[in-house]
Design a protein around this ligand. Structure first.
Ligand code: GDP
Ligand code: IMO
Ligand code: MG
Length: 427
């Protein structure tokens, strides 16, 4: 199948990076299509651990062309740092292509992100404070500065002057904080322009040509379905669309080009930042997932909130993404639990009336107050990190996977049992 989209089915950090790494071996191109350096995608291979925020996870293979599509918002400082870091580890970045239509994260976006969160106080979203929301806001407001503007200093200066006037007013007069110096920003961005100009390209054309040649192209989603700005747990979401449909818009390919959509689903559930989370756990069970699963954010280092698997949100992800397959990650982390509680529907009690939701509730106020209805499945004790064939998993682990398939109706294509490149089972 030449074109495959890989997306997160939960609240991000499902292990998309490692799944992309597994699939990139047989692909010619890996394309990021939304989000920015709020993403943190971890890959562990024989060279050690890599954490990518902007560079597509396929860069570790010399035969892969990594592409940053137009739908991504790019902090050029972070991209330059990431390029330097990767090159210092002996990996070539020569093949990287960056869309000229992608929008730039500017220093004032980062300041505004933080100022807005402070203003919200207890109602904060818990953003990564990387300037993602303000950058997408400017894109929609047509005040954005794009990667291609780096190539024309006169235009860059003009656009910067227009934007900075308004942003400094906002920062100083509304948020009572300091603005940015336009001359400093111009100088900084001129430096990034020199570093990044060799990579800037018409990425939609490049991707479509590759598809035309029948090459295998992977579209690497960031974040996850429940963080989608349209379909997620708004306002506790990110500012882009992490669902599969966004691959077309964010890469410049038509919907008919997509052949497969693989949903990455952690064997349990995690979330970073604020917002509702029906199956969330506390105490020793949560600690089991945090410590055994190493559940600390790849980008911000924040401890992730952990909970039982939730098939209501997985069904929702199947629907919104049109999933053709599932990759279940971190199954090894469930080892050692007496039982696995799987949420199969929600209960909502309002004015003494009890309602059940097997589908994702249509109103956020309902979702915020839903209680999970759990089905208990037997756990297993064995360490499964060395297992490479489905048949060698303990029966309880296989039963858990079968339960997911029977419930969702979507086949499981891969199961990962450790962070390493070879620590997975192909189904
Ligand atoms: P992403 O944002 O979806 O790419 O996921 P992250 O990289 O932020 O978080 C996933 C974390 O789980 C990383 O630290 C991975 O190294 C780790 N990981 C991935 N797959 C597995 C697995 O099967 N088992 C274990 N124990 N860790 C895994
Ligand atoms: P990957 O690609 C997990 C969360 C933030 C916050 C909300 C909004 O690694 O799965 P933002 O900075 O985007 O405005 O923050 O979204 N968030 C993520 N959570 N994984 C991610 O990316 C995330 N990117 C953003 O924690 O709750
Ligand atoms: Mg991550």
């Amino acid at each position: 199948m030449p074109a495959r989209v890989v997306v997160g089915t939960q609240w991000g950090d499902e292990g998309k990076g490692r799944i992309i790494d597994n699939l990139a071996g047989q692909s010619q191109m890996v394309v990021r299509f939304q989000g920015g350096n709020n993403a943190g995608h971890t890959i562990v291979n024989e060279m050690g651990e890599f954490k990518f925020h902007l560079i597509p996870s396929g860069i570790l293979y010399a035969h892969v062309t990594p592409v940053i599509g137009n739908g991504v918002v790019i902090d050029p400082r972070v991209l330059c740092e990431e390029l330097n870091h990767v090159e210092a580890r002996g990996i070539s970045t020569d093949k990287l292509k960056v869309s000229g239509n992608a929008h730039l994260i500017m220093p004032y976006h980062i300041l505004l992100d933080a100022a807005h969160e402070t203003m919200l106080g207890r109602r904060r979203i818990g953003t990564t404070k990387r300037g993602i929301g303000p950058a997408y806001t400017d894109k929609a407001a047509r005040l954005g500065i794009r990667v291609q503007d780096l190539l024309d200093k006169k235009i860059l200066r003009q656009k910067l002057d227009t934007a900075i006037g308004e942003k400094n007013d906002l920062l100083e007069k509304v948020y009572n904080s300091s603005g940015v110096d336009p001359f400093e920003v111009m100088e900084q961005y001129a430096g990034y322009a020199d570093r990044l100009s060799p990579y800037i390209a018409d990425t939609s054309l490049i991707i479509n040509r590759a598809l035309g040649r029948g090459e295998q192209v992977l579209f690497e989603g960031a974040q996850g379905c429940l963080l989608d700005i349209d379909h997620g747990t708004y306002p506790f979401v990110t500012s882009s669309n992490p669902i599969a449909g966004a691959a077309c818009v964010g890469a410049g390919v038509g919907p008919t080009a997509i052949d497969e959509v693989l949903g990455v689903c952690k064997a349990y559930t995690t979330r970073v930042g604020e917002g509702p989370f029906p199956t969330e756990l506390s105490g020793s069970l949560s600690e089991h997932f945090v410590s055994k699963g190493g559940e600390f954010g790849t980008t911000t280092g924040r401890k992730r909130r952990c909970g039982w698997p939730d098939l209501v949100i997985l069904d929702y992800a199947v629907r919104l993404n049109g999933l053709t397959g599932l990759a279940i990650t971190k199954l090894d982390v469930l080892s050692g639990l007496e039982e696995i509680k799987v949420c199969t529907m929600y209960e909502y009690i309002h004015n003494g009336e009890r309602a059940h939701y097997v589908d994702f509730p249509p109103h956020q106020s309902i979702f915020h107050h839903c209680l999970p209805v759990m089905q208990s499945l037997p756990g297993w004790k064995e360490d499964i990190s060395g297992v490479r064939r489905l048949a060698d998993l303990p029966k309880a682990a296989r039963d858990y996977l079968d339960f997911i398939t029977a419930h969702t109706g979507v086949p499981i294509n891969m199961v990962s049992v450790g962070p390493g490149r070879d620590e997975f089972i192909e189904v």
